[in-house]
Design a protein around this ligand. Structure first.
Ligand SMILES: Nc1nc2c(ncn2[C@@H]2O[C@H](COP(=O)(O)OP(=O)(O)OP(=O)(O)O)[C@@H](O)[C@H]2O)c(=O)[nH]1
Ligand SMILES: Nc1ncnc2c1ncn2[C@@H]1O[C@H](COP(=O)(O)OP(=O)(O)OP(=O)(O)O)[C@@H](O)[C@H]1O
Length: 216
């Protein structure tokens, strides 16, 4: 087995386990309440080329990756509303299957790029055949609007390598402002949206029951 495959085994396992756990939080909310603060969850192990690039840029020696690179295992939790983010962060702090080691609030302090998101770095114990290995994982918690903006900006960044032409830069700034206003507008009508969603999901259940009955 190649060195990198072996190094990444606990990170892959952590992502698989954490995706199940965080998606489980969403299912539990859906069962017990009408609204879940978690819309969807994604996760990835950082590509090796990206690990090497970042190690080079940040001057992290390769034998210090485990303690100094926080996002080799990365997860994202998407929320509908800005105040769902705090609910999710509190739930993460209260869990006892991992330990929160750092929090970065890029919502109250957005980045100069316009990036908004809440980052929680956790220390997660992975059980391996050679014993327990503690790894770091970064959980990004953001609204759908924040995620839309960050995804687009990330692709453009990839294309232009951070050197955006003036027009793209201006448009990205305007888009960041529009995403911020969208979040604000949606928060203002949160109750109406949730009532409509609860009505929709109840009706969906009723339709499912009728369909099931007709099918039997
Ligand atoms: N699209 C986008 N994503 C960002 C931006 N800033 C941070 N991120 C995301 O957040 C991750 C970690 O960011 P930070 O909390 O700033 O971590 P850091 O170690 O201080 O800085 P990085 O070198 O960017 O990892 C990045 O790997 C990206 O996934 C941004 O300006 N645009
Ligand atoms: N915490 C995360 N959860 C889920 N997906 C992520 C997370 N962080 C990054 N990704 C996604 O993983 C892919 C590869 O990301 P990569 O690590 O190369 O970029 P990055 O996040 O910009 O990292 P860097 O800090 O090195 O610039 C991208 O599509 C990115 O959006």
């Amino acid at each position: 087995m190649k060195h990198w495959d072996q190094f990444l085994i606990p990170y892959k396992q952590a992502i698989d386990e954490l995706k199940i756990k965080l998606k489980g939080m969403r299912s539990q909310f859906e069962q017990e309440y009408e609204h879940s603060p978690i819309e969807f969850v994604t996760g990835r192990v950082k590509p090796v080329a990206s690990i090497l690039d970042k190690a080079h840029q940040k001057r992290i020696p390769l034998d210090k990756l485990v303690t100094e690179m926080q996002d080799i295992a990365g997860l994202r939790m998407m929320c509908q509303f800005v105040d769902d983010i705090e609910t999710v962060v509190k739930l993460l702090r209260n869990r006892n299957d991992f330990r929160v080691v750092e929090e970065r609030n890029y919502i109250s302090h957005k980045k100069p790029s316009g990036y908004r998101s809440y980052h929680v770095v956790i220390e997660y114990p992975v059980q391996t055949i050679s014993g327990e290995k503690k790894i770091l994982a970064e959980i990004q918690i953001r609204t759908l609007a924040m995620n839309f903006w960050a995804t687009i900006e990330h692709s453009l960044n990839y294309k232009y390598k951070g050197q955006f032409p003036e027009e793209i830069n201006t448009r990205l700034e305007r888009a960041a402002e529009a995403a911020f206003r969208l979040d604000e507008e949606m928060s203002q009508i949160k109750e109406e949206i949730q009532e409509a969603q609860a009505y929709f999901s109840k009706n969906k259940e009723a339709v499912k029951k009728i369909e099931k009955k007709n099918y039997q």
